[in-house]
Design a protein around this ligand. Sequence first.
Ligand code: TEU
Length: 570
Amino acid sequence: MAARGASRSASDNEAWWKSAVVYQIYVRSFADTDDDGIGDLPGIVEHLDYLQELGIDVIWLSPVYRSPQEDNGYDVSDYQDVDPLFGTLEDLDRLLAAVHLRGMRLIMDLVVNHTSDQHPWFLASRGSREAATSEWYFWRDARPGTVPGEPGSEPNNWGASFGGSAWEWVPERGQYYLHLFARSQPDLNWDNPETREAVYTMMNWWLDRGIDGFRMDVINFISKDPRLPDAPLNRDGYGDGMPYFSHGPRIRDYLAEMKHRVFDSRPGSYLTVGEMPGVTPEQARDFTDQVHGQLAMVFQYEHVTLDADGDKWTHRRMSVNDLRDTLAKWQTALGESGWNSLYWNNHDQPRVVSRYGNDTTYWRESATALATVLHLHRGTPYVFQGEEIGMTNTRFAGIDDFRDIESLDHYTRAVGTHGEDAAVVLDILRRRSRDNARTPMQWSAASGAGFTTGSPWIGVNPNHSWLSVAAQRGAPGSVYEYYRALIALRHRLPVVVDGHFAAIDTGRDQIYAFRRQLGDVTLTVHANLSDLPVSVDRDRRPRDLVLANYPRSRIDLDRLEPWEVRVYVR
Ligand code: TEU
């Protein structure tokens, strides 16, 4: 990609994000320069050369806006300022300029399904029905015939994502407000045109500052069924309102309006990726349709919920078949008209090498095999910080080691309210907690992992003694060097970006194989996604091999070793 300055030109008009690799930075855990144990914006600037060497085209910053940090920044109290924890607006401008100078781009997280309860919009709204922002949130009276403010008088039976009822009583106003997430994250009322205008104005302000797009937090939740009806009960005894707020009646109108009011009048194109829990392949194809769609791509959830039984706290064994079928289904469904985002990890997911791979015996092999199938799919791949060195889940000794609002809430509720066995609850938290993703980036074997010289806000994974950037950069055969080669393949071969996808049935349960086709070029991936070797039909020519995660001297054309992957192009 050619170097570019902060200004955009008409030549940026093509869908540049199709050939890009995105790197997600969870700023709080990336690099700390002021020794307060929390990562910051200057810390990112120090590592831009590293990201460039890796081959990254776009950086996505998790929220750095002013925030009480109840949900680590997904509770915004000022959309147009940087939280002092991370630096200043000037630091952000400097980062943006440094990113652009290297020919890379930067997108911001956009959290507009809800604000923080400390946002001035909400403070005014909760204070008075006469306030200018009175109708900017969902305010409802108590259920008729009940005593307002008493349990059971909530306007409907929905539960909140981080526990309890989705409604909070506000005596000053004599009404309840809706919060699909924590009590400190009131939902914005998108049905109110002024609310929408305020969001678009803010988005335009950021784009004028030079950013290259947005990752949109739970954007498929912004349109709610205006009746807000009761819903069938889930395991926790609350109604699951998903059918009434996910993909609501006006979602397409709002996203089309946003596109029109924010993006259409600007030269060039922008990376817009909507996070959409529960989105179906058909909906995703329509949202990302290259002609009529509203977004560049969406984050779907199906492949990261295959090991959960109903809710994320109930584990279920996932088979290679489940995974292969899901991945192939999304590739085929979005086909040539839509566009996929490709991800294993983010700040909400446990580390994939511990989850779907094998983080002991076949750590290196499974990290690289999973990377290969993901990156060689059709779509835009996302690397979550540390994934490129094969970072794993960590060891949490006890509940005091957790920081995440969702994890802590689950523990309190399961152990405190429902009397479940603490050891059992801790076990599932160790496996599923979002904090697995949030341990500090492992730069080196130093005591703070090279992340901080202070006391880190969350414990460093003890395996940084051997698992780090310092140990892998320049080391032949490392996970890091493999990621570099994989990313380089995308930048070198148009078939990786534009090739048609077709699954290959090898008749072997452990193998995921597929083909990408562009003109007369065919790229083929054969991956053994298991701990057992498997025999294969000998039909490949070794000289077509462009990438492999076992040493070439060890390649046996009649079998795939555990987690072995081979990529052929001819
Ligand atoms: O996550 C959306 C979401 O649905 C999460 O609740 C997700 O399902 C959960 O983390 C899985 O356990 C987004 C953000 O990515 C997340 O960090 C925020 O906490 C959430 O929205 C609220 O803003």
